[in-house]
Design a protein around this ligand. Structure first.
Ligand SMILES: C[S@@+](CC[C@H](N)C(=O)[O-])C[C@H]1O[C@@H](n2cnc3c(N)ncnc32)[C@H](O)[C@@H]1O
Length: 419
């Protein structure tokens, strides 16, 4: 980061965001940095960097200090160490700002000298940083992932989380964006950038959607003219895909706030859907649908690449609550499909209990329900994405292209009437 006063305000904003996540249990994306425009984006990036590398920074601080400092001082040190050692920032400017940040509050001003001394010493210890184990997931998530995917795959997933994510766009049919790579699955990929400044944003030619998140709708094939229910729809990435492909879409979600974003997305892209604010567990349609897409609420652990706050905010008990909800939502969704129609179930989770296990259990509970294992290669995906009854995408797939979010998805056909 070029050292300017903007750097100081971005670092201050990053500290606010870290406190929001680590002490208030709120998501990074809640926009709490108190900044606008490029400074807000910088603060978000820095907070993400500090959260991704917190394990290493804490290990270094523990070895270097007799007593753990107060929370804000610890965050100042964590951020500075991540910037110096993981981001390659020039130590001089980082240390100066860290000292300035400590001085800003009467509660921490007395510790400015300590911040200076600790950072001057640790900034030079590149070998000590490199010798620490690479960033890893918390035990509640690491253990089931190790069991499911093995040690080597888990290490590759953790490395993909540290690498972060590029910017993927789903284009309307026939749209290209200058400078974007066209992925084998049809998504467009850019290294990053301010979304609203990209060509075609104002015209609504595309929307931001990870390449993996764009696959579930494609499992339905040609949906032109079909009545499709997008059951957990907001903020609407999949609703827009369905509408752009000519489906007659009903988009339902529990959250009015998230549906506001869906409405804005439809407005910008000029696409149409009927919008329903309801709890899917209480709601009943007037008539069944040709197809239902259930992008069920989940731990979202497949999106840690772009949400490094998630491992700090979720816990094992969330997995239990969410898997129970997914179970109920699948049964509910199946009741909304016409005989012979299809349900696509998907979750952006790395955990089989939120994916493969849900579909295996649904097939046992519902005699006559049939899973059609999709061919990953025909969809432009690596052959290894084939999985139990569906597709399993993990962040270490496509390493040379910049990876993809973790997802599980399957397409199920409901028995014909009388079958
Ligand atoms: C994974 S997100 C959906 C993302 C969306 N399909 C997309 O592609 O943009 C899950 C959504 O489920 C909604 N949700 C959670 N519980 C629900 C329920 N009982 N009924 C309806 N929607 C629910 C949440 O509000 C959230 O928007």
């Amino acid at each position: 980061m070029a050292e300017t006063r903007d750097s100081l305000s971005a670092r201050k904003g990053a500290l606010r965001l870290m406190a929001h996540v680590l002490r208030d249990g709120r998501m990074l994306g809640d926009g709490a940095s108190g900044l606008d425009g490029p400074d807000a984006a910088r603060a978000l990036r820095l907070a993400g960097l500090a959260l991704r590398h917190m394990g290493r920074a804490d290990a270094m601080l523990k070895a270097a200090m007799d007593r753990q400092p107060a929370a804000r001082i610890r965050d100042i040190l964590r951020l500075a160490l991540a910037e110096i050692h993981a981001d390659g920032a020039a130590p001089h400017g980082v240390v100066n700002d860290a000292v300035a940040l400590a001085r800003m509050s009467p509660k921490t001003a007395k510790q400015a000298g300590l911040v200076n001394a600790v950072l001057r010493k640790l900034a030079e210890d590149r070998a000590g940083w490199e010798a620490l184990p690479p960033p890893s997931l918390p035990p509640w998530l690491r253990a089931p992932l190790h069991k499911a995917w093995g040690g080597a795959r888990l290490a590759a997933i953790e490395a993909a989380h540290v690498a972060g994510a590029p910017l993927d766009l789903t284009p309307k049919p026939g749209v290209t964006v200058e400078g974007a790579e066209v992925l084998p699955t049809g998504s467009l990929r850019l290294p990053g950038g301010q979304v609203s400044a990209l060509p075609g944003y104002a015209e609504g030619d595309w929307w931001v959607q990870d390449a993996a998140a764009a696959i579930p709708v494609r499992l339905l094939g040609d949906v032109a003219g079909l009545r499709v229910l997008d059951l957990c729809a907001a903020p609407g990435g999949k609703t827009m895909q369905l509408a752009a492909a000519g489906a007659q879409v009903t988009a339902l979600d529990l959250s009015e706030g998230r549906l506001r974003r869906l409405r804005a997305n439809l407005e910008r892209t000029g696409l149409a859907a009927e919008i329903v604010v309801a709890d899917a567990l209480d709601w009943t349609p007037e008539e069944p649908f040709d197809a239902v897409l259930l992008d069920a609420p989940c731990t979202a652990t497949g999106t840690i690449r772009r949400h490094p706050d998630l491992p700090h905010l979720r816990a094992a008990r969330d997995v239990e609550t969410l898997t129970r909800l997914q179970y109920k939502l699948i049964d509910r969704a199946l009741g909304f499909v016409r005989p012979g129609g299809r349900l696509v179930f998907c979750t952006c989770s790395l955990l089989p209990v939120e994916g493969e296990h849900q579909v295996s259990a649904a097939l046992k509970r519902h005699p006559g329900l049939v899973a059609h294992a999709p061919d990953p290669v025909a969809l432009g995906l690596p052959a290894e994405a084939a999985s139990d009854h569906g597709l399993r995408l993990l962040p270490d797939l496509w390493p040379e292209r910049g990876g993809m979010d973790g997802f599980y998805m399957a397409v199920l056909t409901v028995p014909e009437a009388g079958a």
